[in-house]
Design a protein around this ligand. Structure first.
Ligand code: MD6
Ligand code: FE
Length: 212
């Protein structure tokens, strides 16, 4: 049988104008990505941030890169320091930056140089409600999103919150590139199902690369 998500020829799925799923695209870098991830979260540990409305998020977060995305009672924003340690966010590992830039190009977005990588950790039950990524300065840059660990169901909606979202399964190693007319689409993650992943145990990790 043909390997659907082979390393050489990842399955490319057009989700919408400007949004593409490259199935298994990160698998060839699996070991390097996981090692770099360990280094980053040793310096900037996962924490549950609070929304401006006062709710503690079920997803635990960290960041690396020149700036990192944070939320607290003061709002959503990018900061150059980790508010928890007072230190600059860890540098973006070379393997992260290279993957994000290569995959963006494969999806038709040339010259993507992310300066922020938000790292999301989901345990079973954790979810991300429908939202738009709009805290960045320039929406001409795409977003590159790498899924690792337990599978999840991604919801992809339209430009209006009330547009009924499509459901899309995301697996370990899948990469989504998201820009152009899809850049401000509403999206979210349904509550993670219970499971065990060979490398990441009871976790799903998502790396979201952006130009802040
Ligand atoms: C997640 N991802 O996959 C959450 N945002 O855990 C996002 O919120 C996201 O995957 C913008 C573009 C791609 C994404
Ligand atoms: Fe998002």
């Amino acid at each position: 049988m043909m390997d659907l998500f082979s390393f050489d020829q990842p399955q490319r799925l057009a989700i919408a104008e400007g949004a593409m799923l490259l199935g298994g695209r990160a698998l060839r870098h699996e070991e390097a990505l996981l090692a770099a991830l360990d280094t980053v979260v040793a310096a900037a540990p996962f924490r549950h941030m609070v929304t401006p409305g006062g709710f503690t998020m079920s997803v635990a977060m960290s960041n690396c890169g020149r700036v990192g995305w944070v939320t607290d009672k003061g709002g959503y924003r990018y900061t150059s320091e980790d508010p928890q340690t007072g230190q600059p966010w860890p540098e973006m590992p070379a393997v992260f930056a290279a993957l994000a830039s290569e995959v963006a190009e494969e999806a038709g977005f040339q010259g993507f140089e992310p300066d922020a990588c938000l790292i999301n950790r989901y345990e079973p039950g954790a979810k991300m409600s429908l939202h738009q990524d709009k805290d960045e300065r320039d929406f001409s840059n795409p977003i590159v999103s790498v899924s690792l660990g337990l599978p999840a169901t991604f919801q992809f909606g339209g430009l209006s919150r009330s547009d009924k979202p499509r459901k899309l399964p995301l697996q370990h190693g899948d990469v989504m590139v998201w820009g152009g007319p899809a850049r401000l689409a509403f999206h979210g993650i349904l509550p993670l199902k219970e499971g065990q992943h060979a490398r990441l145990g009871r976790n799903r990790i998502n790396l979201t690369f952006r130009k802040a």
